[in-house]
Design a protein around this ligand. Structure first.
Ligand SMILES: *Cc1c(COP(=O)(O)O)cnc(C)c1O
Length: 378
């Protein structure tokens, strides 16, 4: 089955009992048992719920993994995966990892004795140099947020295998439609499904796909023990969103390419970050491991003041955090998504005050260009 067909026919489709073509919302917490300990696969909805399971099967199929798990947010999913490790373990992270992940690791998880290093994983030498005797995993994001840096998945997974480490990839930006890290050797794939997978700015959710029974048992054990599950209604909404991921990503792809061409001609725009540009440092590596670039573009317009002005005048670009939705969104990472990262660390990473990030949506591209231009030249 090809990816576009998998979006519709993957996982569990419909309901055998009634012929309903949509998976029912099992709004239920517990299940009648035939005898003590005798049940039909479901006991209690924290442990398992049929609607959530249908979603978990779908994401498993889309990523080509062994099992999938659905959480109440991307951060809950990342927390659960990190909680499969133990005190004294060391994990190497991509340095410009999602701001919430950085906060979780630097201010929460490390309080429990997990050690972390943050390095630029786009250069394999940095990853190798960061390995310690107690390193257990490498956690990468590619493309990253907001500079769209690219990590070579095949190279990092080879390094991970060589040192017997777990390779974890946050695949939120590329989506399973364009990139499948498990095929490149990753062990665990994470998604903030709040973004492209949901796609309509109406659900917060996180997904995990693992490549083995051992990881499935470990992640399910933490899911069931800590309880950060996705509810049945949100699971259903997410499946509804995922069905149109293919058409949305194709349209976002062509809108984004056109928007980047338009940006490149504007004298006010100093530097553009988009993996689809031949001049982008990770262009060739990305092309090797993904089949599309998705809708995230960052660019520098010189100062925080100019960025603030631009953002307060757009009509179709909604000023909001988040990304990957039907509506185009615009933000200033230094003041919004990455505000939880200290200012000097932001400077180190290259996230300047004048950096603007857009998430291109499904509006008519001509309206987006006109809107951007009028806001820029106010
Ligand atoms: C948004 C995001 C997260 C966190 O997901 P939530 O659903 O907001 O909890 C993690 N990683 C990336 C790359 C994200 O964009």
């Amino acid at each position: 089955m090809r990816q576009k067909t998998k979006l519709i026919h993957g996982g569990i489709t419909g309901d055998e009992k009634t012929g309903a073509v949509s998976v029912p919302i099992y709004q239920v917490s517990t299940y009648k048992q035939q005898g003590v300990g005798e049940h039909s696969g479901y006991e209690y909805s924290r442990t398992g719920n049929p609607t959530r399971f249908a979603l978990e099967e779908l994401i498993k199929d889309l990523e080509g993994g062994y099992a999938g798990f659905a959480f109440g947010s991307g951060m809950a999913a990342i927390t659960a995966v990190l909680m499969t490790f133990k005190q004294g373990d060391h994990i190497v992270f991509t340095d410009d990892v999602y701001g919430g992940t950085y906060r979780l690791v630097s201010q929460v998880i490390t309080r429990f004795g997990l050690e972390a290093s943050f390095v630029d994983t786009s250069d394999i030498a940095n990853v190798e140099a960061a390995l310690q005797d107690n390193t257990q995993a490498i956690f990468a994001e590619t493309p990253t947020n907001p500079l769209l840096k690219i990590t070579d998945l095949a190279k990092v997974s080879a390094l991970a295998k060589q040192h017997d480490l777990t390779f974890i990839v946050d695949n939120t930006f590329a989506t399973p439609y364009w990139q499948n890290p498990i095929e490149q050797g990753a062990d665990i794939v994470l998604h903030s499904a709040t973004k492209y997978l949901g796609g309509h700015s109406d659900v917060v959710a996180g997904l995990v796909v693992v490549n083995s029974q051992k990881w499935a048992e470990d992640v399910h054990f933490v899911l069931n023990s800590s309880g950060g599950i996705l509810g049945p209604h949100d699971s259903w909404l997410l499946m509804r969103g995922i069905k149109t991921l293919g058409v949305r990503m194709e349209e976002i792809e062509s809108n984004t390419k056109a928007f980047v061409e338009f940006l490149a001609d504007l004298p006010e725009v100093e530097k553009i970050y988009y993996p689809g540009l031949e001049s982008h440092k990770g262009h060739d590596v990305h092309n090797k491991q993904a089949s599309g670039y998705a809708g995230m573009v960052s660019f520098d317009i010189g100062s925080g003041e100019k960025a603030g002005k631009l953002l307060s005048h757009t009509r179709y670009f909604t000023l909001a955090e988040s990304l990957g939705a039907v509506e185009s969104l615009i933000s200033v990472p230094a003041k919004m998504t990455h505000a939880s990262i200290p200012a000097d660390r932001r400077r180190e990473l290259g996230i300047s005050d004048g950096l603007v990030r857009v998430s291109i949506g499904l509006e008519d591209i001509e309206d987006l260009k006109e809107d951007f231009l009028q806001a820029l030249r106010q």
